[in-house]
Design a protein around this ligand. Structure first.
Ligand code: KG4
Ligand code: ZN
Length: 341
């Protein structure tokens, strides 16, 4: 294929606290640059106003680097894809305004992308070492903002069949991590410490939620009350038991997720399970899924680590898939803080 016949997509992601730009040649990544904002660490969570300001600072150098690393020039581009939502409005606006301005300046078509669809479609990025999931599959989006089980019948035919009624799974990791005096985001830290602890040392409450929906706020309260009681008798309780606390908490989260997935596989008759979102980096979840692959013959798809957390590569693959169908949008397309899959 000559350079002219190829489709080159510039993709921009700015829905939360990562400013990212990627360049694709068809379904293949040429570059994927991510600038993670450090400014939120001291606040123990993402501060929306600071996030949008940091996006404004990062967006130009990040896009510039992505184009340079891809070794193409702007005139090679076929279209610009951007995250329309869901996410923080101020953050989304930085990415979408930038994408719109560039499309206007370069006379290129615009492609809007749903961030949650992108987490699942990241499995279709070309990779010689990885197979792609067959339709239909169960997409599991587990991140700091979402927890969903999605029936995926085609690239753009998705139906949410289960979701959280309160906190997202990543939020549970981050909030419980805060109670355990761990730095934000606490998910990776809890995962690391879990490997050194006894997962059966402490027992936390498992919520009783009907159907395929989730709840994590009860677990959070259970951890809070337990810690309040223990630290009253021993102020050093957390420090002395941090590894066992992390391991016991992580075991419970994995248990909650796996019970619902088991139910979803049974109810839908679909045993192809593809995960996405930051929490899919979790080693306990990965191990539990691979165990299911071995014992229950699930066909499990786990993205490469760099495509689990927020990144523009997942926006780029959706951009390419939409380009093939000529699914373009225009400058009037507004960002959406809430955007159903
Ligand atoms: O997808 P993501 O990068 O951003 C959102 O769209 O939310 O996910 C970030 C979330 C955070 O809550 C973080 O604590 C969690 O993913 N996370 C993990 C791990 N790595 C990241 N949670 C558990 N174990 C991990 N290894
Ligand atoms: Zn995300």
């Amino acid at each position: 294929m000559t350079k002219k016949e190829n489709v080159y997509i510039l993709a921009i992601e700015s829905s939360c606290d990562d400013t990212s730009a990627a360049v694709f040649c068809n379904d293949e990544i040429l570059s994927n640059i991510v600038a993670t904002q450090q400014v939120h660490k001291e606040y123990g969570g993402v501060v929306p106003e600071l996030a949008s300001r940091a996006h404004q600072q990062h967006i130009v150098p990040v896009v510039d680097q992505a184009i340079k690393k891809a070794n193409i020039s702007k005139s090679d581009l076929s279209a610009i894809a951007f995250t329309r939502g869901p996410g923080l409005m101020g953050s989304l606006l930085v990415g979408s305004s930038f994408a719109k301005s560039l499309s206007l300046a370069l006379s290129l078509p615009l492609i809007e992308v749903n961030h949650m669809q992108a987490h699942l479609l990241a499995h279709f990025i070309k990779d010689k070492d990885k197979k792609k999931p067959d339709f239909p599959f169960l997409g599991v989006t587990i991140s700091g903002g979402h927890t969903q089980i999605v029936k995926v019948t085609d690239h753009f035919e998705m139906e949410v069949i289960g979701e959280t009624l309160d906190d997202a799974i990543g939020e549970a990791f981050d909030k419980c991590g805060k109670m355990l005096n761990l730095p934000y985001p606490a998910g990776p830290e809890i995962d690391k410490l879990s490997k050194l602890g006894d997962p059966y040392k402490f027992e936390f409450a498992k919520p009783n939620v009907k159907g395929l929906n989730f709840s994590f706020s009860g677990l959070k309260t259970s951890v809070l009350y337990f810690l309040q009681k223990q630290t009253k008798d021993n102020p050093d309780f957390i420090e002395e038991n941090i590894e066992d606390l992390c391991a016991s908490f992580q075991r419970k989260v994995v248990d909650i997720l796996m019970s619902k997935l088991q139910k979803a596989v049974k109810e839908t008759g679909i045993n192809v399970v593809a995960i996405g979102g930051g929490v899919s980096a979790n080693s306990g979840i990965r191990t539990a899924l691979l165990e299911k692959q071995k014992t229950n013959h699930w066909n499990v798809f786990i993205p490469k680590f760099e495509y689990c957390t927020d990144n523009a590569a997942m926006i780029g693959i959706v951009g390419y898939l939409k380009y093939r169908k000529q699914l373009f949008t225009d400058l009037a397309t507004a960002s959406k803080a809430r955007y159903a899959i």
